[in-house]
Design a protein around this ligand. Structure first.
Ligand code: GLP
Length: 262
């Protein structure tokens, strides 16, 4: 794992977008795993700008989102399909049939979960998985005590998560669906590369647990410590609780692989 610390959330989002853009240019048929949440909005804004200004091409790419709420239709304004259409899909040249999210309206959620895993396999596996960090340490919707080998399945959301995501539902946590389909921690770990983005002081304590604490199902993001190619991009406020901050800065400023990004 490498931790890259940028001064503010905009620069952190831009770096994440540039990492994605570099992968997409190197492999135009990239299988790209996507995330939602407020943190990602700036990443998508940067990708849209790279598409418009520098011709970043999504025409051969496929995307797989981490998760979707159960029981709301795709056209519901709070659905992750709506979020993705607004922030990315509707603004770049990604062909309509190439964006995938789990179907939260499926009659048989177990069958839908297996089908989602199958689609990822058929795409050759996910090349790069973008991840946010939940206030309870989740990745995707893998809430505390999710098995670290879990696959795509239905999960009940914690009160903390429903509170965190309430702004998309008129500010009322009771309006946030109680369940979701999410890629499992094992599904995420199968990606060839993981890129986690966390910004803001409110993420500092949980970020420190995720990257420097013990690997535990209580903080599913901590499972990323097992991944051989995982970068964590943060801003200064989110980095405030880290012990090894000087070493992380040294790596970013000295390792040749980061030369293009400094
Ligand atoms: C939701 C998503 C997560 C994401 C989290 C972060 O819970 N299911 O995948 O990591 O939001 O949200 P935010 O960026 O708004 O803090």
């Amino acid at each position: 794992m490498e931790i890259i610390i940028l001064p503010d959330p905009q620069q952190a989002a831009l770096l994440a977008a540039r990492i994605i853009a570099k992968e997409l240019r190197a492999k135009p048929a990239l299988a790209l795993g996507l995330a939602t949440g407020r943190t990602m909005e700036s990443v998508y804004a940067c990708l849209v700008a790279l598409h418009r200004n520098e011709g970043l091409d999504f025409s051969r790419c496929s995307t797989f989102n981490l998760d979707e709420y159960i029981g709301i239709p795709p056209e519901h304004p709070g659905s992750y399909r709506s979020y993705m259409e607004a922030h990315l899909f509707g603004q770049v040249n990604l062909p309509a049939g190439r964006s995938h999210l789990p179907d939260g309206m499926a009659a048989d959620l177990d069958a839908e979960s297996r089908h989602y895993e199958e689609m990822i396999r058929e795409a050759g596996g996910i090349d790069l998985q973008l991840l946010g960090l939940g206030s309870d340490g989740h990745i995707g919707f893998n809430e505390p005590l999710s098995a670290l080998l879990s696959r795509t399945r239905e999960k009940a959301l914690t009160p903390a998560t429903r509170q965190q995501n309430a702004p998309m539902f008129g500010g009322d946590p009771a309006q946030v669906p109680a369940r979701a389909i999410t890629m499992g921690v094992g599904t995420i770990l199968d990606s060839r590369r993981c890129l986690l983005l966390a910004t803001g002081a409110e993420k500092a304590a949980i970020l420190a647990k995720a990257v420097e604490g013990p690997i535990t199902a209580m903080v599913t993001a901590s499972a990323l410590q097992l991944h051989p190619t995982c970068q964590v991009v943060v801003d200064e406020p989110a980095a405030a609780g880290l012990q090894g901050i000087d070493y992380y800065r040294w790596i970013f400023h000295n390792e040749p692989e980061w030369a293009d990004f400094r």
